[in-house]
Ligand binder design. Sequence first.
Ligand code: SF4
Length: 230
Amino acid sequence: MRALRREYLQALDLQPWALRAPAPAPGEPALPGAAAALALPAAPGDTDWASLRGRVSVCTRCALSTTRTQTVFGVGNERADWFVVGEAPGAEEDKQGEPFVGRAGQLLNSMLRAIGLARDAVFIANVLKCRPPNNRDPSAAEVAECLPYLEQQLALVKPKIVLVVGRIAAQSLLGSEAPLGKLRQQTHRFGAARVPLVVTYHPAYLLRSPAEKRKAWEDLKYARKVALNG
Ligand code: SF4
């Protein structure tokens, strides 16, 4: 198990010796950071996976329906403790119909394995179910149209923690314009169930900015603590 973890930390370009979480000081709370409560409206509509999948697969609520190859619903364990949320499908995801494939997907898998999670043990989805052309940022209107699907997925999975990767997804879910650096390392709460929500960097960003991988590892350790402690 230790060798496995070492392997995944190496995939993050991190040295295992530098990664031990400091023991909390006496009296220090187990979960640092402020809890920001959010109360988004309940998602309308579907109460089961089949009808939700069906609706998403033929959705034309925004113009991205005219440029997509296919919708990218999400994959994974429908009863997962961890729900990972990214921004939107890219070219490869649009082609394959699955979120987080390609190099960024492989790095996400490594990040999850570093904290003891197999890809198929979590549920993975994006805020948007269709690819924005040329990988542009989603518009506010597109997010508003698509977010109810993600809210419904969250209501069905009932995870113990939501791990949000990347600025766009974090800002969309939190209704915030704060930079990612101000949103990470704290426990937000999402929706009526007040599910703990933790933010970290998008793996595609980490591929471009490997110096930030150490911060991502700190975020993953933080998220693991939140998942354990609620
Ligand atoms: S991005 Fe979301 S709202 Fe827009 S067409 Fe696709 S599934 Fe529908």
